[in-house]
Design a protein around this ligand. Structure first.
Ligand SMILES: NC(=O)c1ccc[n+]([C@@H]2O[C@H](COP(=O)([O-])OP(=O)(O)OC[C@H]3O[C@@H](n4cnc5c(N)ncnc54)[C@H](OP(=O)(O)O)[C@@H]3O)[C@@H](O)[C@H]2O)c1
Length: 387
């Protein structure tokens, strides 16, 4: 099942599957409803049983496009239709939906007992305790390249598997984004076009801007804490502009194991889909006949305070990570539409986080209420801004 099939992760997942005919069957697809022709083409190519769009008003156009492409799957509309696809009979659900909207699908897929190939980190981060309570060990396979790298480094740990007491720290790498090396004041006039031009990865718009503010790295630190059960003091971030080392695990004896490959999301996607095997030729390997230089530098926390803020909300737990994420998503929308200066994104998130009264996040309703409050508060704080 591929959720978010028309996006950056979804289309690359379908590339991996198309390159391995006979090994995988796509049972169904879900998307927002913004690209119905692409969705219908995918449905026809993979002969799926069911297709859903979150925007129910897109259903008539989707049905017409499906007819034009000669496909006749079950068609579902609305967020409940997407949730039905998330729980549809299959082995693995790839959640490539963008943002907090992916939470329901993550919960439904886990409840249905599916293996969850998780690109939608936001659902784990905002629903932390809820998601962790539902997931059995090994049920979530990370698709984020850094966490896929950590997972591979942990698999390499030894014959007895993952022993947290042998791990000194996780080292999460960051490309540094398009503004690496800049001081805060130099980023005052950053435009959406500049923030959307990532130096090493081609991704959807939200995660690309999140990589420019380094909020994405902050989210990944919380994601690593939740996936691998290590304290925030044992999760380091290091800037590695070439994006070849995707993360590392440092062991207590001084040994560090790193995972390296050219930046290509098809590798972590293939690893999650093919688990416990590896899919031959899923992505290009490093060319060892060429000279390479890989560099590492510390993160500039003064220029990019988003990672320290993420550590703070992650340590607070409860609804705090949901508020960090939701305030950020609201600010991203405003920034991409040209209604908010770049630096105001993280400044606003920090203000919303500071005002929030944290509660335990023991129910979906509690998480969604905190999410809604943070979006509304961020909108109030940013109203009237223009770049
Ligand atoms: N792209 C990467 O390289 C990358 C790397 C690591 C992690 N991730 C994570 O993967 C997730 C997806 O990122 P992306 O870059 O692939 O985003 P994207 O290119 O913007 O694609 C988002 C997908 O979600 C669909 N969608 C939107 N709202 C939906 C809803 N309510 N229900 C169902 N589907 C919905 C979109 O459909 P429409 O086309 O109809 O709008 C689209 O198919 C994010 O959580 C991101 O952080 C991405």
């Amino acid at each position: 099942m591929v959720l978010g099939s028309t996006g950056s992760i979804g289309t690359q997942a379908l590339d991996v599957i198309a390159a391995n005919p006979g090994d995988y069957r796509v049972a169904g697809l879900a998307a927002g409803g913004g690209r119905v022709d692409l969705l219908a083409r995918q449905a026809a190519e993979f002969g799926v049983e069911v297709v859903a769009v979150a925007d129910a008003s897109a259903v008539p156009a989707l049905k017409e496009a499906l007819r034009a492409h000669g496909a006749g799957p079950v068609v579902l509309g609305g967020p409940e239709g997407v949730a039905e696809v998330a729980g549809w009979q299959c082995d693995t659900v790839l959640n490539g939906i963008t943002g907090a909207l992916g939470l329901t699908s993550t919960l439904v897929a886990l409840k249905a007992g599916r293996t969850l190939a998780l690109a939608n980190k936001e659902s784990l981060i905002i629903g932390g305790p809820l998601v962790k309570r539902l997931a059995r060990p090994g049920q979530i396979l990370p698709v984020d390249s850094e966490h896929s790298a950590v997972q591979q480094c942990l698999w390499a740990a030894g014959p007895d598997g993952y022993d947290p007491s042998c791990v000194k720290q996780l080292v999460i790498t960051a490309s540094g984004g398009p503004f690496r090396g800049m001081k805060r004041e130099e980023m005052a006039d950053v435009t959406p076009e500049m923030a959307l031009a990532h130096p090493t990865w081609s991704m959807g718009p939200f995660i690309t801007v999140n990589s420019a503010t380094l909020v994405n790295k902050g989210l990944e630190v919380i994601e690593a804490h939740l996936l691998f059960d290590l304290g925030f003091d044992r999760i380091e971030v290091v800037v590695h502009p070439q994006s070849i080392i995707h993360s590392m695990v440092e062991y207590v004896d001084g040994s560090t194991i790193a995972q390296a490959s050219p930046p290509d999301m098809r590798l972590p996607i293939a690893l999650a889909l093919g688990h416990p095997g590896r899919i031959p030729g899923a992505a290009r390997a490093i060319d060892w006949t060429m000279a390479h230089t890989w560099t590492f530098e510390p993160l500039d926390d003064a220029a990019f305070p988003s990672v320290a803020l993420a550590r703070h909300v992650g340590s607070e737990g409860g609804t705090a990570p949901a508020v960090y994420n939701a305030a950020n998503e609201a600010c991203l929308d405003a920034f991409i539409q040209g209604n908010l200066p770049f630096l105001a994104i993280v400044d606003t998130v920090a203000k919303v986080v500071e005002e929030h009264q944290v509660t335990p996040a023991d129910s979906v309703e509690e998480v969604l209420a905190a999410d809604a409050w943070a979006r509304a508060r961020a909108a109030e704080l940013t109203a009237g801004h223009s770049r």
